[in-house]
Design a binder for this molecule. Structure first.
Ligand code: TYM
Length: 342
């Protein structure tokens, strides 16, 4: 019997942030250690997604490898044969399935994607790739029958679109060709989370922490010097309420620090909130978060140095042969259904 699939991807167009780590890498590592016997785990770099907005193409290949080193250092076990690690562009079926799915997705659906609206608003010229990218993401998921897709809250709408596409396609062809990924609430339960992670900028806690937003003091990069990163936390924007509460709307800066503390210390968010609720020292809260961030980065960076690039490349090359077989099998079934093969 085939095992259910847990799958996630992280783009490689820039350095990874603490948001990427807490929103996607950490949940995946936890799922790997908990479930790798019973589930197939796929971790991939969606390198084709990387230039939906302009990037420096000279750095793309190198960034992909260094981000994969980070996944490995963070605890993704490359010697675990139950986990597949690969690069999207090394598996051509992703692009081919995208084209087919494109013809089953409506223009209106894609126009409603919040991330498209947000990203396109800040660009003078918007690529068709940026518009289309949630369909490529659906292909990434549906090619492998992924049931669980640990992603941060910002990707929830894209995950839901993948479900809609799978349901529509299965219905139109009257076959359960695609596994429909679990709905968002089930994803959270499976990952033992009460809510999706949405780590905010330290400077502008209404915005998500992101490398593409140019606020270097609000974003912690996984390759930041640990002391500099701790200082960014100490300089985080809070509010004038004066009492610690977990209120995402009225006190987003404080809520952000509480989330970071909970996730880095491995405590449930509710216990962290209970511990700090009602206290008045924002300074102490920031210091606790800053210490956790500093210790976490020091440890991670030491581990990154120790990752063997040749072991990693060997793992990638082996797994890319394997995933091409899986992906091509699914693609062929879809090609048959749509009448391209008999
Ligand atoms: P990307 O590369 O923007 O982000 C990778 C993962 O990190 C999470 N994340 C965050 N989580 C919490 N707080 C933040 N501030 C934060 N910033 C980023 C994202 O939610 C994501 O889980 N389209 C995806 C990549 C992708 C993918 C896939 C994911 C392509 N195909 C298939 C899963 C399955 C993206 O652009 O994520």
């Amino acid at each position: 019997m085939t095992k259910p699939v847990i799958l996630t991807g992280i783009r490689s167009n820039s350095d990874l942030t603490l948001g990427n780590y807490l929103g996607a890498i950490l949940p995946l590592i936890k799922l790997q250690s908990k479930h790798s016997k019973d589930y197939q785990i796929n971790m991939f770099v969606p390198d084709l997604h990387s230039f939906t907005t302009p990037i420096d193409h000279n750095n793309l290949y190198g960034n992909t490898i260094s981000n994969l080193k980070i996944f490995t250092a963070a605890g993704l076990d490359i010697h675990n044969t139950g986990s597949l690690i690969y690069r999207q562009s090394f598996v051509p079926a992703h692009s081919e399935l995208t084209w087919i799915l494109d013809c089953f997705v409506h223009f209106g659906e894609l126009s409603r994607m919040i991330q498209f609206k947000e990203k396109s608003a800040s660009l003078s010229s918007v690529s068709a790739g940026l518009f289309n990218y949630p369909v490529l993401m659906a292909a990434d998921i549906l090619l492998y029958d992924a049931k669980y897709v640990p992603v941060g809250e910002d990707q929830r709408q894209h995950l839901e679109l993948s479900r809609d596409i799978a349901i529509r396609f299965n219905h139109q062809f009257n076959r359960d060709i695609f596994v429909v990924p679990e709905p968002w609430d089930e994803q959270l339960k499976f990952a033992d989370l009460s809510s999706g992670a949405r780590i905010k900028s330290l400077k502008n806690p209404k915005m998500k922490m992101s490398k593409s937003i140019s606020d270097p003091t609000g974003t912690i990069l996984l390759n930041d010097d640990p002391k500099t990163a701790a200082n960014k936390v100490l300089g985080a924007t809070t509010d004038s309420v004066g009492i610690i509460n977990f209120d995402l709307v009225k006190q987003p800066g404080i809520a952000n620090l509480l989330q970071i503390i909970a996730l880095l210390s491995g405590e449930p968010l509710n216990s962290t909130i209970a511990k700090w609720q009602g206290q008045t020292s924002y300074r102490q809260l920031k210091e606790t978060a800053a210490q956790l961030v500093e210790a976490f980065l020091s440890e991670l960076q030491t581990k990154i140095q120790a990752v063997s690039e040749s072991d990693l490349l060997a793992k990638l090359q082996g797994d890319e042969i394997e995933v091409n077989k899986i992906a091509n099998t699914k693609l062929y079934q879809v090609q048959q259904l749509v009448g391209l093969r008999n």
